[in-house]
Write a protein that binds this ligand. Structure first.
Ligand SMILES: Cc1cc2nc3c(=O)[nH]c(=O)nc-3n(C[C@H](O)[C@H](O)[C@H](O)COP(=O)(O)O)c2cc1C
Length: 303
């Protein structure tokens, strides 16, 4: 009997539905699947109050973690671990980061093959780079990566995702598409579990080749990577400023957060459209470089 452990943190339940579909055809008489949820000791509110949403920004980017409960009923030496996470400010969510930095994760992940599954708005590339480092620190072996993103696309989701998080409504503006991952995409994730069922029966998890190739596991848009990198650099400066201005939820932080949000809105309205136009022109001359970049970030599972 092979044993698979699924670990995740999902706040609204979106990532949970992705994983439910993903693993629906994975267990059978030869494969057991244990599912465990990361639980922060202090739950995050949903919908998010405005300042609480932005107050988590420095801790997410600087990967400070939070207090979490220990996972119960964990077996020894799973054959495969499926790690589901969402992205908060281009980093793995705070509860997942806390878990990956815990002593318990050291025991569970050591020498284990891991499939990471991301469900987020649109920007997961740098979060996955941070996840790779955390997995390496645990001596785990990343074997596959699957990423599902928002149906409203990279530009409109800059409005629809925060609106969903702050109001709790996926379709707050009737003129804009709904936020969140398409139900069709969630349902279609069943293909990954089916493939893993076959792969585990053939001991593929013990090799070094990805098991989820040619299944549309990831689709990196190289044009977004430059934007992620620029945003990440500004994140590093702003998170320092916000932390310097006071403790969590203090008035000092609220003031700096207000200035930051105003800066962010201006940035989205001005630099983002200019950046899109500039990139479109530059991309004509950089096709090969962009393709190589996409392949790099789509590794190991690919399209
Ligand atoms: C505080 C916060 C920050 C977020 N930042 C990002 C981000 O930088 N990139 C992204 O693609 N999605 C981002 N999201 C969206 C989440 O990755 C995820 O799609 C959403 O929270 C729903 O997931 P869940 O209900 O399964 O937890 C953020 C969500 C929250 C709550």
């Amino acid at each position: 009997m092979k044993k698979v452990l699924v670990i995740y943190f999902s706040q609204t339940g979106q990532l949970k539905s992705v994983l439910d579909s993903f693993i629906s055809k994975l267990p059978d008489k030869d494969i057991r699947v244990d599912v465990r949820t990361i639980k922060p000791k202090k739950a995050y509110p949903f919908p998010w109050p405005f300042y609480t949403f932005f107050d988590e920004f420095p801790e997410a980017v600087q990967m400070d973690g939070c207090e979490i409960e220990e996972l119960k009923d964990i077996d020894k030496e799973y054959d495969l671990i499926i790690l589901g996470y969402t992205v908060w400010y281009m980093s793995p969510s705070i509860p997942i980061t806390a878990f990956m930095q815990s002593a318990q994760a050291k025991d569970i992940f050591k020498n284990r093959p891991v499939v990471t599954v991301v469900a987020c708005r649109d920007m997961w590339v740098l979060a996955q780079e941070k996840m790779k480092v955390m997995l390496k620190n645990l001596d785990a072996r990343l074997i596959d990566h699957v990423a599902l993103t928002d149906q409203s696309g990279s530009v409109l989701s800059l409005i629809t995702l925060p609106t969903w998080m702050l109001t709790g409504e996926k379709k707050y503006f009737s003129a804009l598409p709904s936020s969140g991952i398409l139900q069709e995409d969630i349902d279609a994730s069943v293909r990954f579990g089916k493939r893993l069922n076959y792969a585990l029966k053939n001991n593929e998890e013990q090799g070094s080749e990805a098991m989820l190739k040619n299944l549309g596991a990831v689709n990196v848009n190289a044009k977004l990577i430059a934007t992620e990198k620029i945003a990440n650099r500004s994140f590093l400066v702003w998170t320092k400023l916000i932390k310097l201005s006071g403790k969590k939820y203090s008035l000092g932080r609220k003031v700096t957060i207000t200035i930051y949000v105003a800066f962010l809105v201006l940035l989205v309205l001005s630099v983002v459209p200019l950046n899109i136009i500039a990139r479109k022109i530059l991309n004509i001359f950089q096709k090969e470089k962009l393709q190589a970049m996409e392949e790099h970030y789509e590794f190991p599972s690919g399209r």
